[in-house]
Design a binder for this molecule. Sequence first.
Ligand code: GTP
Length: 518
Amino acid sequence: MKESNTTITQISLMKQKLNAAKLALEEINTDRNEKLKVLIQFITHLSLACKGQNIELDNKLAKLRHHMHNFEQIDEALPELVDIERLLKSQYSHTMSRLEDSRNGLNRVIRQIQRIDAAPDKLKKEITYFKQELNKPFHTVWEYIPKVEKLIFFYEEILKHQFSDADNYKILPQHILLAKELAAKISEIEFRKDQRDQILVIKEVLLGDISLSHLLDSYQTILSLLLDNIAREKTASQDFLFSLNDALLIVHDVVNNVHNNSQRNEQLKGQLNQEINLRVNSTGELVTGADNLNELKTQLTAQLSSIRDALSRKEALEQREQTILRKSIESMRKELNAMSQEASNYKEKLFEHQKLNLLDPLTQLANRTALEDRMEQAYRNHIRYKTPLWIAITDIDHFKIINDNFGHSTGDKTLQVIAMALKNSLRDSEFVARYGGEEFVLLLPDINNDHISILLNRVREKIKNIPFKFKNQRITVTLSIGAAQVMENESLEDAFERADAALYQAKNNGRDRVVIDI
Ligand SMILES: Nc1nc2c(ncn2[C@@H]2O[C@H](COP(=O)(O)OP(=O)(O)OP(=O)(O)O)[C@@H](O)[C@H]2O)c(=O)[nH]1
């Protein structure tokens, strides 16, 4: 009995243990299932994260995910896990080498961007900094993507800058030269009074910090002003020709009328003459055939009265003819007077124009065209009469400083004063012209070698002593002068070049001096 009790107790204990073991097993199973679930989830996420990078890896992860449900023991998954680990490792090194390639690619692109001169300075600095950053290797794709984004930003900025500057292209040295030449050219052209302010503004723009669009605008404005002037000139000439034509038509009509009238009058006068002749003849016949004196008397009185009548009609006709002729001549004279007045106005205008075409409008000195005419004339005299001829070229020293410090209008006034002083320091036979900008050319005939230096130095001193005062500042303006005498058998151009070289030397030797090429 005792034994059976013990057995029962043991069985019940075993039952309890079994139950406990069952519960523990259930717990283990639940736990395993939970962990398996987490593992499967992890593998799912891993395969999603790796998807598309390597097809073998994609397949292995999908297979593993599927197999996981069937594995009793995690050990069973080990071979597949090892395989996947190997693939992951090789994928990592593949990704790293791809990232390195991409980094090198970015470096190449950034070097290209750095070559774009048009990029603004701030952006250039940013690009340099970015390039330094690119020296560090990438570890993940996430480091690479922002770099690509940044690169796109640089491109965008450069494009934006380029487009904002689209109509403001870079001004090159040859554009600045063109602007200066245009300024010099318009100084030589005579514009109408109402155009001069506009021309002054354009000149100021051309000689300042000009942009390409300003240069083009200036060309366009000047061309339209010139075209306008040409059109006006054309209209003025046309008006003159029209009035000339009208006057000639009137004169033509008058002459025609006079001619017709005189033809008609000639006819009438012929008839009257005929009538008078007839009467005179019949009077003669009356006298020869007369028997009775009284009858003759009566008949003669009647004949004489008819003759007188015909004569007075003839006289009246002639008077009328003369009056008409006088009137016609008078109206023709008036017309011709008006015409000649018109013609002399036109001639005066043409003359003024011709004169103005030879004058520099700013300084009122002869311009380059006039200088060329005069040089040829002086050269001809030099050849013909074997008289000496000197060419001197003078240039104001550091004139740019006056413009820069006191403005262009002060510069213009300085040019005017110097021009007048130069003109006043020469004799009538000598000649000065504004050659361009701040350069003047002097033609000096009949000066011998001993006197040229004295003369030119006197001119130089005269300018130096002008008491210029700008903005309450006393300024001394000096000249450099280069001169050359036209030698025997030398062309004018060669002599001019020697004078120019002497001027260059005067500038190089320190300015404010005269250099004579001998
Ligand atoms: N105000 C004014 N300035 C002019 C005119 N024509 C040319 N200029 C100016 O003259 C100056 C000439 O300058 P540069 O050729 O550099 O010579 P610079 O300053 O005189 O110096 P050096 O000749 O070397 O002594 C420029 O600033 C021109 O803009 C003009 O009609 N009016």
